[in-house]
Design a protein around this ligand. Structure first.
Ligand SMILES: O=C(O)CCC(=O)C(=O)O
Length: 475
């Protein structure tokens, strides 16, 4: 068990400084959104502020206020009319798709599951199941707790959700974001058509990128027939499309970003701009290094399923339920594997799990260690960030010290200076587990040297023409 965590109010000035320094919010955004803005984007945090607000009856229900604000965004996306792909763009899309999924026969493999033909029915069923979960019908999981930002202080969020490690949907956190106006498909296409965004990876883990304009044209055409379309999942937009950083602000409920201490060049990627055609999605996973995450949807709707961290991995991944010739993309998982997973006799009935629809303007909080899968029900635009804060720190430290050991060593020494309270947690966790990071790094180095010697011996001696001997870091 991790050592007890410090109360968040004790997080200390460095945590707040790191939040303020978090590169995710540009100074421009801060100025525009206003640290003191009194709109619903920042929940009232003092009794005095709360008292100044008009009574609920005059304000209208918080959720209906935010939903009304965002309602038009679904209709406006339906009206987006992309031009057809140019020949050059079509060639680029083809190369991207073939490199992304070389195992699929070209081109028929991309539609061999016939999901497009069944999509209207599949989507209606999935929406209906989410609605029934919302109404508490058994066997379908529960609707995630929903709360409006205006009713939630940072301390209340931590007490109700972050510390007990419970997912939730928060409305109203993005009501003031410029992205609300600027991240429509037409607006994005007009403002940054040439920006290249990652929408896949080849077998050597090299990023595959398309220009935004080409991607949106693909989304409006070929993607409609693809079983599981390409999905923009880009973490470089802070360099390639800096203007988007000014269109949103890290919501006030997530002020900490402790990996920021190690610097931009060294830290793991932590923010992604997402453009997902309907039926694209993310297969079931937990987030790396025990980070927690927030995900704010600006356009379209996403269907989520979240399983508690103790859910049996092999079962919830669902590979055992794959039929011959079947696929395990998000749409397959939601449409075909999920019903079998939760109906299986081995599925522990006591495992908490949530099934819910995220609507435009809503922010999903995913606590560290929770399994989650997401299916885009419509064409979507979203932004997501992962973070380590004081609440998930001890878990994250335990993961980081083995998965990013050299970065962990740097992190630990910076924490010693900047956050002695968290440094003490590292020391306590290592002592409790009998773990010595320096020894671990030396042991791994020695293992690498031994493997290299063995390789060289197999090749008959000599260094061979490798890439030199700089120690890499496994991660
Ligand atoms: O919006 C999505 O597709 C989900 C993103 C996600 O699960 C993640 O970034 O870990």
């Amino acid at each position: 068990m991790p050592p007890p965590l410090q109360p968040d109010e004790d997080a200390g000035p460095a945590a707040l400084a790191s939040a303020a320094d978090a590169p995710d919010v540009s100074p421009r955004a801060g100025a525009r959104l206003g640290a003191d803005a009194s709109g619903p984007a920042r929940p009232p945090t003092t009794a005095e502020e709360r008292d100044r607000r008009p009574p609920a009856a005059e304000r209208g229900a918080p959720s209906s206020r935010s939903r009304a604000l965002w309602a038009a965004t679904l209709a406006s996306e339906a009206a987006f009319d992309a031009a057809p792909l140019s020949e050059r763009e079509a060639r680029k899309v083809r190369r991207t798709k073939r490199a992304d999924r070389p195992e699929l026969a070209w081109p028929a493999g991309w539609s061999r599951q016939r999901h497009a033909q069944r999509w209207a029915a599949t989507k209606a069923r999935l929406e209906d199941e989410a609605r029934r979960a919302e109404h508490g019908e058994g066997g379908l999981g529960a609707d995630a707790p929903r709360v409006h930002a205006s009713e939630l202080t940072l301390a209340a969020f931590r007490e109700r959700f972050e510390r007990p490690r419970l997912p939730c949907v928060v409305e109203g956190l993005a009501d003031e974001w410029p992205a609300r106006e600027r991240w429509g498909l037409a607006e994005l296409a007009a403002s940054a058509p040439g920006v290249k965004l990652k929408c896949g990876e080849d077998d050597d883990e090299k990023s595959l990128k398309l220009k935004l304009r080409a991607f949106l044209r693909y989304q409006a055409s070929e993607a409609r027939a693809d079983d599981s379309p390409l999905y923009v999942f880009d973490s470089a937009y802070d360099r390639t499309a800096k203007l988007w950083l000014a269109d949103y602000a890290v919501p006030s409920l997530f002020p900490e970003d402790l990996f920021a201490l190690v610097g931009e060049a060294r830290r793991p990627p932590n923010r992604w701009f997402l453009v997902g055609p309907e039926r694209s999605g993310t297969t079931l996973h937990t987030d790396p290094l025990e980070t927690s995450a927030w995900n704010t949807l600006v356009r379209g709707r996403k269907l989520w399923v979240c399983f508690a961290p103790n859910a049996p991995r092999a079962l919830v991944k669902g590979r055992g339920f794959l039929r011959p010739g079947g696929d395990d993309e998000a749409v397959d998982w939601f449409a075909e594997l999920l019903p079998r997973i939760v109906a299986d006799a081995e599925f522990p009935r006591e495992t908490p799990y949530y099934r819910f629809v995220q609507r435009p303007g809503e922010t999903v909080f995913v606590p560290h260690g929770w399994w989650h899968a997401v299916l885009n029900l419509d064409d979507t635009v979203a932004v997501t960030q992962n973070y380590v804060g004081s609440v998930n720190f001890a878990h994250s430290w335990r993961a980081t010290r083995v998965e990013r050991r050299k970065m962990a060593r740097k992190w630990r020494s910076l924490l010693q200076r900047e956050r002695p309270d968290l440094y003490a947690e590292c020391v306590a966790a290592d002592a409790a587990d009998g773990f010595d990071l320096d020894e671990h790094i030396e042991r791994k180095r020695e293992e690498r040297r031994r493997r290299r010697r063995e390789r060289e011996a197999r090749r008959g001696g000599g260094r061979g023409g490798g890439r030199g001997s700089r120690d890499g870091e496994a991660s």
